[in-house]
Design a protein around this ligand. Structure first.
Ligand SMILES: [Zn+2]
Length: 184
């Protein structure tokens, strides 16, 4: 529920968005250092895991406007463009001895990007590491090219809970049992 204060803020924002629809583009002056910093901040912020794909697309649109103004050499343009492409960076080939990506029984995709690997470690030996994996349908173009991935309600395909370590799907009875460790 929104309180009166929030409702007033929301009304002010909605009014602004309506006016901005038809307003001419903003003209402003900014130093090159500030502009480059701002663009880099937008790139970094857009990689935060809590930011939805749609907001990422909006952030990218705004960031690229700054990028177009600040990048005064092709080299800078390339560096800035790479900053966006890193959004969908996947790990390179696995190091020797690493079995590499595999789709396990729980649907855990090992070898994928791990933002906070410490969360995937048991707190105590023998403890299951319960996780929920979420599957989104994407295209090959999304994973290989500049196309933007919309990880939203429309592409949401599946969700499953299981142990990251032993890869057993979650069952209440397993919470009383020791985690047997990595399978096989
Ligand atoms: Zn386990």
């Amino acid at each position: 529920m929104t309180n009166p204060e929030e409702a007033t803020e929301l009304a002010a924002l909605l009014d602004a968005y309506r006016r901005w629809e038809t307003a001419p583009p903003l003209t402003m002056q900014m130093g090159f250092h500030d502009a480059w910093l701002l663009m880099s901040c937008v790139q970094m912020a857009s990689k935060h895991p809590a930011v939805s794909a749609r907001i990422v697309a909006l952030m990218r649109h705004a960031g690229e406007a700054i990028q177009g103004a600040v990048c005064d050499t092709p080299e800078l343009q390339a560096i800035a463009a790479q900053g966006w492409e890193d959004l969908l960076t996947m790990e390179g080939p696995p190091p020797p001895g690493d079995p590499g990506p595999r789709l396990a029984g729980t649907g855990v995709f090992h070898g994928s990007e791990r933002v906070r690997p410490e969360l995937l470690e048991p707190d105590r030996p023998g403890e299951h590491v319960w996780i929920v994996t979420v599957a989104y349908r994407v295209t090959a173009e999304t994973l290989t090219g500049p196309a933007e991935a919309y990880l939203d309600q429309e592409s949401f395909a599946a969700m499953q809970a299981g142990c990251y370590v032993c890869e057993q799907p979650f069952e209440k009875r397993l919470t009383h049992r020791r985690c047997p460790g990595e399978p096989g």
